[in-house]
Write a new protein. Structure first.
Length: 411
């Protein structure tokens, strides 16, 4: 056998091996690209009919909660059909006092054995259902500013028959550092771009923890028994399994504060990723099984969302694999053969690229955003070298307070 023939077979084998390795990346990229294609949604108008209770879960938020309450009280919605309720959960500071002085009702909760946002929400939801006043219960985090149309936009969706909603969720402090600007692009790509795509396809936008709302009937039908660190994603899965999709309210936005310093940023991402990994093991088989047996595109899409790792963990191997496949293609072409791996990895790269490009375009980050995106590979490599000490807290859904931008530490 000639050396040329042996070389050709070796390169062909490498091409096929690369294509096999790249197939999951191609599927993930094609899926991400499909739901990220630019689309326009119709604004359904507004309503002021529903009685809405806004729950603000808080743990030691005396420095931030007053601004959030002020923002909620400034919403353009009838005051007799709106309540703002702060849940002061296991607080050791003056959150309850500050919240009352700012004009909110306060539910105080002390339970040292059951700690975390999920328990705080369940406590508030059960109390509100027992009172029977609210038609709709919304959730806004204690470091958030909301658009004045938030409650009327929610009410309009419920008037149309929706049972659960998620407003657009963006970063409040994108210009504090390159990390917050990068997170702003990521939030836009994950929340706005994919949320728009899912709403256009009548899928479930998913719950993102901040700026979500539920009908009282939904909370009665599916009790909020979600207590992990990703209680929002978990409850969205629980709703999906009960046949309830989450509508995306694109015309109103909640803006939450993001960590500026490196350690807080990594700690936050670790908690989210750890929680998603746990949820994947708990729910993915059931989602896939019921999605297939019910022929439900909503459930299969939720399964795909749960199964997908963070975009960075898909993008880096996609880029590396594409570079390797191009090298194989050059060698194959020199031998007069075809190469398949560049096509496979190319699909993944294009799909991911659509999502990132749309996220950057809609974020308005401009040239600074492009420079920040160039830092992603080195940032991910650095992040992988260190772990925080929050794994046990994440496992239990504990409150793990992240340093906010108004508390210093920019880098």
């Amino acid at each position: 056998m000639s050396a040329r023939l042996q070389l050709g077979r070796a390169i062909s084998a490498a091409d096929l091996s690369l294509a096999a390795v790249g197939l999951p990346i191609a599927v993930a990229g094609a899926y991400i690209g499909l739901i990220s294609l630019p689309r326009k949604l119709v604004v359904p108008g507004t309503s002021n009919e529903a009685r809405i209770a806004v729950v603000v879960p808080s743990h030691n938020e005396e420095a931030n909660v007053a601004a959030t309450i002020s923002s909620l009280l400034a919403t353009k919605y009838p005051t007799d059909r709106r309540r703002v309720i702060v849940v002061a959960d296991n607080c050791s500071d003056e959150t309850a006092r500050v919240a009352r002085e700012a004009g909110a009702e306060v539910f105080e909760r002390v339970d040292t054995s059951k700690r975390g946002k999920g328990y705080a929400l369940d406590f508030a939801f059960r109390r509100l259902l027992k009172e029977g006043w609210a038609d709709v219960v919304a959730v806004v985090d204690a470091d958030t500013i909301v658009q004045t149309n938030l409650l009327s936009a929610f009410a309009a969706r419920f008037a149309l028959g929706e049972q659960a909603c998620q407003a657009n969720y963006e970063v409040r402090n994108p210009d504090d550092s390159w990390r917050t600007r990068l997170m702003h692009i990521a939030f836009t790509a994950f929340h706005e771009v994919r949320g728009t795509g899912r709403e256009a396809m009548h899928l479930s936008a998913g719950l993102r923890g901040n700026g979500m709302a539920f009908s009282a009937l939904t909370l009665s039908r599916v009790p909020h028994q979600a207590f992990s660190v990703v209680e929002d994603l978990e409850y969205g899965v629980m709703l999906g399994l009960e046949g309830i999709r989450v509508a995306y309210v694109h015309e109103s936005t909640v803006s939450g504060d993001m960590p500026v310093d490196a350690d807080s940023s990594v700690s936050q991402r670790e908690r989210w990723e750890h929680g998603r990994s746990t949820l994947r093991r708990m729910y993915l088989p059931r989602l896939l099984t019921k999605g297939v047996t019910r022929r439900s595109a909503v459930l299969l899409d939720i399964a795909a969302d749960v199964a997908l790792p963070p975009l960075g963990k898909v993008a880096l191997p996609a880029a590396g694999g594409f570079a390797a496949s191009v090298a194989v293609w050059v060698a194959q072409r020199a031998l007069g053969h075809r190469a398949w791996s560049p096509i496979v990895f190319g699909v993944g790269v294009v799909g991911i690229g659509i999502n990132v490009a749309e996220g950057w375009r809609r974020s308005g980050a401009g040239l600074a955003g492009i420079a920040d995106l160039a830092k992603v590979p080195s940032y991910l490599a650095w992040k992988a070298t260190g772990k925080s000490d929050t794994a046990s807290a994440a496992e239990q859904g504990e409150w793990v307070r992240t340093k906010r931008s108004n508390e210093g530490g920019a880098s």
